[in-house]
Ligand binder design. Structure first.
Ligand code: MTE
Length: 299
């Protein structure tokens, strides 16, 4: 079988853990939808029926390449991913700047079919391939005083029209609390639909945190820093009353300018009626991370 992964792992090297998680997610989705928990029931299946490759790669948010949904597909070909390196620094035992292949060498690549819910109230379902972020962090050796993980996207002004125009304060930065970063649902995705990550989706490696609004899932990562204090994050910095640091999908906490109770599923043609948004985007297993927190205040 041809090697499809930049780190030379094939799908056969992946552990069955991803399939297990997918099955659990289908069950979680079915339960949340009140369908009695049977994965075979139509509603639950619809919920995790992946969008087409075409839809996933032509309707994007990647402001470095423009603010229109079609701009990344049009402009991201210019992203230079050759000799990509990722710097791992801060409170780790093994800091360094690693070629991507070295960063992920030997780590299990799994398929994860996840819902992606954008803060703009649209959603799709994406069959990612990726590595648990935990595996990368474990190898880095997280030190006991680290409490957050900060991420940074590449800045290539010559290749990125949105950077040249200054549509946001670049580099795009994001962050997670350490326990969120270590959760088994959190992946560093290197591909989708068994293809290397398309540039408009964040080649060659991007974060995917399926229970949070899509803006947390930062693309084309060049730096991962373990830090003690909650790091600055792009959208929260820009409009703190509109975009929280946590950004957990929550149908009961509206965006100040629109409702988050429902979402428009991209694609789906005739039957693309709005669907109810699920707490934690249906990934109820993360609820324990937020016990005791006021989710209206810490949105
Ligand atoms: N990462 C960077 N570097 N720049 C961006 O503009 N947009 C975010 C997130 N990651 C963004 C980013 C938003 S708002 C969403 S919804 C998702 O990417 C979209 O991912 P997709 O285009 O693969 O669906």
């Amino acid at each position: 079988m041809a090697h499809r992964w930049t780190n030379d792992l094939t799908r056969a090297d992946a552990t069955p853990r991803g399939l297990f998680l997918n099955r659990r997610q289908i069950m979680a989705g079915a339960g949340a939808l009140g369908l009695g928990g049977l994965a075979g029931r139509a509603g639950a299946q619809t919920a995790l029926e992946p969008n087409s490759f075409e839809e996933i790669t032509t309707y994007n948010n990647y402001y470095e390449f423009g603010t229109g949904k079609a701009d990344p597909a049009k402009n991201a070909a210019a992203l230079d991913t050759t000799d990509w390196t990722v710097t791992v620094d801060g409170l780790v035992d093994n800091p360094g700047t690693f070629p991507l292949s070295e960063l992920i060498a030997g780590l299990a690549v799994e398929e994860r079919i996840y819902r992606l819910r954008c803060v703009e109230a649209w959603s799709m379902v994406v069959p990612w391939q990726g590595i648990e972020l935990k595996d990368i962090l474990d190898r880095a050796g997280v030190q006991p005083n680290a409490r957050y993980v900060a991420f940074e996207t590449a800045v290539q002004p010559e290749n990125m029209p949105g950077v040249r125009r200054g549509v946001l304060d670049f580099p795009y930065v994001e962050g997670l609390r350490l326990d969120e970063a270590m959760h088994p649902l959190t992946i560093m995705a290197t591909g989708l639909y068994d293809q290397p990550m398309p540039k408009q989706n964040g080649a060659p490696i991007r974060l995917v945190v399926p229970w949070k609004y899509g803006f947390k899932s930062i693309k084309s990562i060049t730096r991962i820093s373990l830090v003690e204090e909650q790091p600055a994050t792009t959208w929260n910095d820009l409009a703190p009353s509109e975009y929280g640091f946590y950004a957990n999908v929550n149908p009961t906490v509206d965006h100040p300018r629109w409702s988050q109770a429902s979402e428009r599923r991209i694609g789906g043609g005739l039957f693309s009626a709005r669907q109810d948004t699920l707490m934690y985007n249906g990934y109820d297993e993360v609820a324990a991370l937020y016990e005791g927190m006021d989710l209206k205040a810490q949105f």
